[in-house]
Design a protein around this ligand. Structure first.
Ligand SMILES: [Zn+2]
Length: 252
């Protein structure tokens, strides 16, 4: 019997009564667990194996497969369901994690990142664009794609007003150093965006969600984070397209 804590990232129905759930754990990556008679399980164990439930799971191993024995809820993010954009954004986070979390690895900070993002998303206490940018950039750093945002890689200047970030290299050049660089897929970024990226990537976890930027900077930061993640993971996420459709509709 194995016991672990984690959050349900995905549910898949199997037949009439069973389902598989993918659980992001602290130190074992994403685990697939079979839930027999899922539709019959009521009460505590039922809700604690639902999508976005953060629970303590007790499982049995048979033929290399994990079977849910019982589950105790720690926090169930019910209120995400009250908003289509919130639940869509949370689904995008789940998809990214299922794609890039390495099995059997220490994922404490990744689990913490997901739980914190869902907490603020559920409460509506932070801008969705901000949570999305934090999730994307901090996750990329945790899994080994931390952008090199300390200084211009040409001359070492720390705070150029305007800089040119190479998405593929993950580093930047100032306006002087970028001159004459014909090729290279550069994204033009202003200093406030660089400062926000530095905060997200480098700050202690306790202060991660505490920063403010102007609307214009948020728009640029949001675009930067999404392009960076998509380019490095080399993958499109349908849940992201769906989320963008939803917020597009909502802002009309
Ligand atoms: Zn320079």
């Amino acid at each position: 019997m194995t016991t672990f804590e984690g959050i349900v990232l995905k549910e898949r129905s199997v037949g009439e009564t069973d389902k598989f759930i993918d659980i992001l754990t602290k130190d074992r990556g994403v685990l697939e667990v079979s839930v027999k008679g899922a539709k019959k399980i009521n009460g505590k164990s039922g809700s604690s194996a639902q999508l976005f439930a953060y629970s303590r799971f007790c499982t049995d191993i048979r033929r290399n497969m994990l079977y849910l024995n019982s589950a105790e809820p720690i926090h169930i993010f019910y209120d995400l369901r009250k908003s289509l954009s919130r639940i869509s954004l949370a689904s995008y986070f789940s998809d990214v994690l299922r794609f890039c979390v390495i099995p059997e690895k220490q994922n404490n900070d990744i689990l913490r990142l997901m739980l914190n993002c869902l907490h603020f998303l559920e409460k509506g206490e932070r801008d969705e664009a901000m949570l999305k940018a934090i999730f994307e950039l901090r996750l990329m750093s945790e899994i080994g794609y931390m952008p090199d945002i300390v200084a211009c890689r040409g001359c070492g200047v720390f705070e150029p007003e305007e800089l040119f970030f190479s998405i593929t290299d993950g580093s930047f050049l100032c306006a002087d150093c970028v001159e004459g660089q014909e090729n290279g897929n550069f994204m033009r970024v202003r200093l406030p965006v660089l400062s926000a990226v530095r905060h997200i990537v480098l700050t202690d976890f306790d202060r991660l969600f505490n920063f403010r930027v102007s609307d214009g900077t948020m728009t640029a930061l949001s675009q930067f984070a999404e392009v960076y993640l998509t380019a490095h993971l080399e993958r499109q996420f349908p849940t992201l397209d769906f989320y963008k459709t939803i917020i597009g509709q909502l802002s009309e």
